[in-house]
Design a binder for this molecule. Structure first.
Ligand code: PNS
Length: 169
């Protein structure tokens, strides 16, 4: 019997993807045979995203093009259903600070209840990215701060373009 492929899901809004996300994706790709980056598309969510799901997917695709065992996919279902569809054994999340813990603790309980067979795995953020968040990046870009060393090039350009455009409206 061939050995079972270990598949992990790295889920998120990725609005937009940052070097912090990429760090978790790259490190996961060293542990698992396949990493599926799930870009959530939840129109029911109260909070609007700055970029469409297709734009967020395109940024993630570009940023991970050199990683052979990473694929990107948009999903709009329960995370555990998405994981099941891919035969994943794990959900991998990055943890930056204690402030992430409470939300992730709740998510862990919900997901565990829905799918006890799928393990949630928490990866501590690398110190250089422990302050980094997509919302922080958007705030910085809104006020014209430099974000080029925190997000991939295409994302930095898109942020400046989109937020400049938003300001004109
Ligand atoms: O980057 P984010 O916004 O923190 O990611 C949140 C995400 C996508 C992990 C979370 O919203 C999620 O899992 N959404 C899918 C719906 C779901 O399964 N919710 C949890 C159980 S009710």
């Amino acid at each position: 019997m061939p050995p079972e492929r270990k598949i992990a899901i790295c889920p998120g809004s990725y609005d937009p993807i940052t070097f912090g996300h990429l760090d978790v994706i790259q490190r996961s790709a060293r542990i698992f045979d396949l990493v599926v980056v799930g870009v959530v598309n939840q129109p029911v969510r109260k909070q609007q995203t700055l970029f469409t799901a297709q734009e967020r997917e395109a940024f993630a695709l570009q940023a991970t093009e050199k990683l052979d065992n990473v694929q990107i996919e948009i999903f709009d279902t329960l995370l555990v259903d998405f994981a099941r569809k891919h035969g994943a054994c794990a959900l991998v999340k990055g943890l930056r600070a204690i402030s992430d813990f409470e939300y992730e603790f709740e998510m862990n309980q919900l997901n565990r209840r829905l799918a006890p067979d799928i393990e949630s795995v928490y990866m501590m953020a690398s110190p250089q990215y422990s302050f980094l968040s997509s919302s922080g990046i958007k705030e910085m870009a809104t006020f014209g701060a430099k974000v080029e060393d925190l997000v991939p090039d295409g994302v930095a350009e898109a942020l400046h373009e989109r937020l400049a455009r938003t300001k004109e409206q």
